[in-house]
Design a protein around this ligand. Structure first.
Ligand SMILES: [Zn+2]
Ligand SMILES: [Zn+2]
Length: 267
């Protein structure tokens, strides 16, 4: 363990966004979960990106007490949605370990699915999440205006939501906060190039921040470029504490309480 990981073991974190069903963890998921626990990450939310991964996320959640699942179709995959997929997701969502709907949203960087189709599925899934009374996990890449427009048009979102993997500036953070959403900070915040994000983190109240690894992607410094895993949320917390001029313990206390509140986790 690094010094940060040792320090983190004294406090409790929640990794609010990771993809533990990905093949990257096939050989050693048990060790990955054990390392997370040792680093103070006793709960992690494994996020679905289509029907298959939503099912797998729930399988993991049933198997591991500290793992929770979400269901939904990521903008990359909306062009593969089959008849009955949304009905199947609706049924999966009945399980008590499914704690959110997502990740859903818009991705205009890769545009694996056409933009118009992304918007259509996004709006429909926001409505479905409302029916299911689940909080939303939103993915927004270079699609801020349309993402915000669809969320605002949905009217009141009683279960709220989170802008995941936030990498925007203070102006966008303000808009997300005004919508009543939480903002989740990924390992990107530890990168040298992340000055704008760092400024935004400085202005986001601790009461509205969440932490996430988005593992296996986006490993934070000093693990940058390697496979990411939930234990590394400690590095993100350390950077957020530095940016906010407070202790890691304080960051942990707030972000963990926020995650419990949004996702209605026990404990
Ligand atoms: Zn995402
Ligand atoms: Zn993700």
């Amino acid at each position: 363990m690094t010094a940060e990981e040792k320090q983190a073991a004294l406090v409790e974190f929640i990794d609010t966004h990771c993809h533990l069903d990905f093949p990257d963890y096939q050989g050693d998921l048990e060790l990955v979960i054990r390392r997370a626990e040792q680093a103070g990450v006793r709960e992690m939310i494994s996020v679905g990106i289509d029907l298959d991964t939503s099912r797998k996320a729930l399988e993991l959640a049933r198997r591991w007490p500290g793992v929770y699942a979400t269901v939904g179709v990521h903008p990359h995959h909306v062009n593969e949605v089959g008849d009955g997929d949304y009905q199947a997701l609706r049924e999966l969502a009945e399980h008590p370990k499914v704690v959110a709907y997502g990740e859903i949203g818009l991705d205009y960087v890769k545009e694996y699915s056409p933009a118009a189709q992304q918007r259509e599925h996004f709006a429909a899934q926001v409505e479905l999440a409302g029916e299911l009374k689940l909080p939303l996990i939103i993915h927004d890449r270079e699609a801020h205006a349309d993402t915000m427009a669809i969320l605002r048009a949905a009217g009141e979102l009683p279960a709220g939501g989170v802008m995941h993997c936030f990498s925007g500036d203070s102006v966008l953070a303000r808009e997300v906060l005004d919508l009543g959403f939480y903002i989740s900070i990924p390992g990107v915040v530890t990168f040298k190039s992340a000055a704008t994000l760092g400024e935004a983190v400085g202005m986001i109240p601790l009461e509205r921040l969440l932490l996430e690894t988005d593992a296996p992607f986006l490993a934070p410094v000093p693990r940058r470029g390697k496979r990411n895993e939930p234990a590394y949320v400690a590095h993100i917390a350390a950077k957020v504490a530095e940016l906010k001029g407070c202790s890691v313990e304080e960051v942990a206390r707030h972000t963990t309480a926020n995650a419990r509140r949004l996702f209605r986790l026990p404990g």
